[in-house]
Design a protein around this ligand. Structure first.
Ligand code: ADP
Ligand code: GLC
Length: 472
């Protein structure tokens, strides 16, 4: 089968979070299964762009509203990522340093989607599946179904994967003219509560919809940032497919960012060496259990409770714990974390920003990884942590619920709690400290067990193929 993935992110080209990881891995594993999966994304000004060789495969022009734009599509020459990678360049709109966060994001991503549809409609043959990811590609199922210019594509089955239903790409109706001429009777397929809602439109127009865990799919029917009724109504075509992790990128035996490589057999020594490196860099005590958080400092991740939960844990547990936080986001939370770091110097440290290398070192050197998320469609961090022998401490929600079993269970290996509250985190940290100091042997066995859990992409990649096949 030929599958075209359309996404705003793809690791290592451009990544802001887990969407990038998934789109950088799933196509590779689909190709390994004998299919032809390709990725199309915007051309941002990234290191990857400048460090690789490209060939021009197409040039075209289109309108967004009344503005004419020229676009070009370039292809990475060597198939370096294990799939064909195409970047769409639209001068002045897409070629910027950041992926998101500009005032004209609606215009940028709408123009991107118009260019992609225009390019695909020029192909000699039709691909078997168009697979769109999140709202940035969410207008495509509508466009190929109802825009006159792209009718040629309308028979291609479309699949939408929702990585995060909180963000929907809302646009005011005064931007309706951005969308190329379409059958105006169908305007309702774009609308949700008096806005153009690209995610809602994709849920309606895509042939199949999936989220990145089954639990998150269930949750969307009662908590979907306003789209609950839509998910209830469309439940017949919706399913959950759990993400995998790319075991080739996330391998403690070969990971280029670690201070020392390790396997299940050498885990104790290996983790200790990585922990030492972190403690040296951040002035923490290697003898104390190291609790970490890696992620966007936003409400979804419950980052707002971290400053208080950390101080409360250090006081309640009499300083028998250390914390290291890596992330950026809400400036208020960033400031509060910096204050906690000042107050509890030697117990708490932070790195406010994005660092791919530090994140790998932290998965390897930490004892525990905290994820108090209010919303977590899948979560990859906990799966990386498991692979590196770090015990996840998670709130029971979405994909966290589907991948972590509490140590209270005979099969358990992590710690789970119910509320995104200071008390639940403090209490869970206490349970972890107990495991670390008082049940060392059990902790060691749990770590070995966690490292052997298989969350590789093979089986999920196969599930996507089955989903596509159900559409043929
Ligand atoms: P989300 O996509 O909601 O942010 P995921 O758990 O799916 O959450 O994936 C987050 C990804 O982003 C992981 O690869 C994680 O290591 C990475 N990440 C998040 N914040 C940072 C950061 N500040 N520095 C480095 N990597 C980060
Ligand atoms: C989103 C979700 C996260 C998920 C990731 C990849 O950003 O917030 O839970 O793991 O996408 O699917």
């Amino acid at each position: 089968m030929e599958i075209i993935h359309i996404s705003a992110e793809c690791y290592p080209v451009a990544k802001a979070g887990g969407l990038g990881d998934v789109v950088g891995a799933l196509p590779k594993y689909q190709n390994k299964l004998g299919h032809v999966a390709k990725v199309v994304m915007p051309m941002y000004r990234t290191k990857f762009l400048y460090n690789n060789a490209w060939e021009l495969v197409h040039e075209g022009s289109q309108y967004i509203g009344t503005k004419w734009f020229h676009y070009s599509v370039i292809k990475e020459k060597t198939n370096k990522l294990g799939f064909d990678l195409y970047l769409v360049d639209i001068n002045g709109l897409l070629d910027r340093e950041k992926i998101y966060g500009y005032d004209d994001d609606s215009e940028r991503f709408t123009a991107f989607q118009i260019a992609v549809c225009d390019w695909l409609s020029k192909w000699q043959h039709l691909p078997d599946i168009i697979h769109v990811h999140d709202h940035h590609a969410g207008l495509i199922p509508f466009m190929i179904k109802f825009c006159y210019a792209f009718r040629h594509l309308s028979q291609i089955p479309t699949v939408l994967t929702i990585h995060n239903g909180q963000y929907q790409g809302w646009m005011d109706w005064n931007k309706a003219h951005y969308i190329p001429a379409y059958d105006s009777w169908k305007w309702g397929m774009l609308d949700w509560k008096k806005n153009i809602n690209p995610l809602a439109s994709a849920v309606r127009c895509a042939w199949k919809v999936n989220t990145v865990s089954q639990s998150y799919m269930d949750e969307l029917r009662y908590a979907a940032n306003g789209l609950e009724d839509l998910f209830e109504y469309e439940k017949g075509k919706c399913s959950g497919i759990l993400n995998g992790i790319d075991n080739e990128v996330w391998d403690p035996e070969t990971d280029e960012y670690l201070a020392k490589h390790f396997s299940v057999e050498t885990l104790e020594k290996g983790k200790r060496k990585n922990k030492k490196e972190i403690c040296k860099q951040f002035d923490l005590d290697v003898e104390k259990p190291l609790f970490t958080f890696i992620g966007r400092l936003v409400g979804e991740k419950a980052a707002d409770i971290l400053p208080e939960a950390i101080s409360s844990s250090v006081y309640q547990h009499q300083g028998n714990c250390n914390f290291l936080i890596l992330g950026s986001g809400d400036p208020v939370v960033e400031g509060q974390l910096e204050s906690v770091k000042q107050q509890l110097n030697g117990y708490v440290s932070t790195y406010i920003g994005y660092s791919e290398s530090l994140s790998h070192l932290m998965y390897a050197g930490a004892d525990f990884l905290l994820m108090p998320s209010r919303v977590e469609p899948c979560g990859l961090n906990q799966m990386y942590a498991l692979r590196y022998g770090t015990a996840p401490i998670v709130r029971s929600t979405g994909g966290l619920k589907d991948t972590v079993i509490d140590i209270g269970d005979p099969q358990g290996f992590g710690i789970r709690f119910n509320e995104a509250s200071v008390w639940d985190v403090t209490y869970s940290v206490g349970r972890a400290i107990d495991l670390y100091y008082n049940r060392k042997e059990q902790f060691q066995q749990i770590r070995e067990f966690m490292m052997k859990i298989d969350h590789s992409w093979e089986s999920s990649a196969e599930e996507y193929i089955k989903l596509y096949q159900s559409l043929k």
